[in-house]
Ligand binder design. Sequence first.
Ligand SMILES: NC(=O)c1ccc[n+]([C@@H]2O[C@H](COP(=O)([O-])OP(=O)(O)OC[C@H]3O[C@@H](n4cnc5c(N)ncnc54)[C@H](O)[C@@H]3O)[C@@H](O)[C@H]2O)c1
Length: 373
Amino acid sequence: MDVNPIRIAIVGVGNCASSLIQGIHYYRDKKPEDAIGLMHWKVGGYGPSDIKVVAAFDIDSRKVGRDVHEAIFAEPNCTTVFQPDLPASGVKVSMGAILDGYSEHMADHPAQRSFVKADAREADMDAVVKILKDSGTEILMNYLPVGSEEATRFYAECALKAGVAFVNCIPVFIASDPEWADRFARKGIPLVGDDIKAQLGATITHRVLTDLFARRGVKLERTYQLNTGGNTDFLNMLNQSRLASKRESKTEAVQAVAAKRLEEQDIHVGPSDYVPWQKDNKVCFLRMEGKLFGDVPMNLELRLSVEDSPNSAGVAIDMIRCAKLALLNGKGGVLDAASAYFCKHPPRQMTDDQAYTEVEKFIAQSSRQTKAA
Ligand SMILES: NC(=O)c1ccc[n+]([C@@H]2O[C@H](COP(=O)([O-])OP(=O)(O)OC[C@H]3O[C@@H](n4cnc5c(N)ncnc54)[C@H](O)[C@@H]3O)[C@@H](O)[C@H]2O)c1
């Protein structure tokens, strides 16, 4: 079945956006049986390449005004290039609204590893809404830096005004804030969030192991998850004042599947340090201490090394396709199953097994309704 591509706009043309856009093109000439790295080949008839970027916003001088397919390879982006050949997209990156997207400590680091503010005039809400409407955007993807509280609310408001779905990949609470969730529900606009959960990253690994302890009757007594990386995400997160929601989102993702919630002093989960030479490689050091039969102590140590941004892109492709199914079926408000399966901080936490079952049910039901319509 040939379908019209799903029209998305991107806020924050950083490493995650780069992997997503490269992936859309990488899978174009692949067959489902050869395609590695995707949880679903088709969702509701849409393949991984049936997605088109029709608008993009950034605030970095090396990205604003450039074709989005060039901008994703501009500094300070540093993720793996697995699809270097991209045709011009014909879509220029528009200047966004800076607000709190830029943290002042970024200026203390070399330009090639940090953000450089563009001189262009900042967009106001009317300008962003106009671009979203004129481009025929259906879904707005939020990839702002951690701690962009005001900026995320600004773009979420733009999505509401323009009537486009909002996929919130970052730990600012929109889907998990009842007021925002209600506003999207009342306008009949789909919302997925918050804080994307990577394909095989620290969070899902830590959750599955925590669930395993619970199911096998092992008492989890203490745990930490330390993460280091060298991309702008990790550089931005050196500013501790931007981290409150990130820590809450990552910690809650683990607490939610524990047999018994751990005391605050017994769980430490978070971004831990910035190591420039690691670039987009993220390393997670995980330790879990518990007690087995007869109160006999045990512990587990794990080291996980992944390229951070491609690790989220396949998940983003599924979030986009679920949001599109909701649009086709007139379903507004938070998509509970998709948010629980694809995000760290959904409004309603589920175990990953439950969330998987629920999301498959949502996809099957919505696809049937779409066909029937
Ligand atoms: N990689 C993952 O698996 C993963 C998982 C969970 C969450 N995330 C989150 O996704 C977000 C994006 O990650 P990334 O690695 O692409 O970050 P990045 O630093 O590479 O990109 C952020 C982009 O936002 C731009 N920006 C800053 N302020 C802006 C504004 N006001 N308006 C428009 N653009 C602005 C920057 O110039 C930059 O291009 C981060 O918050 C990250 O924590 C990523």
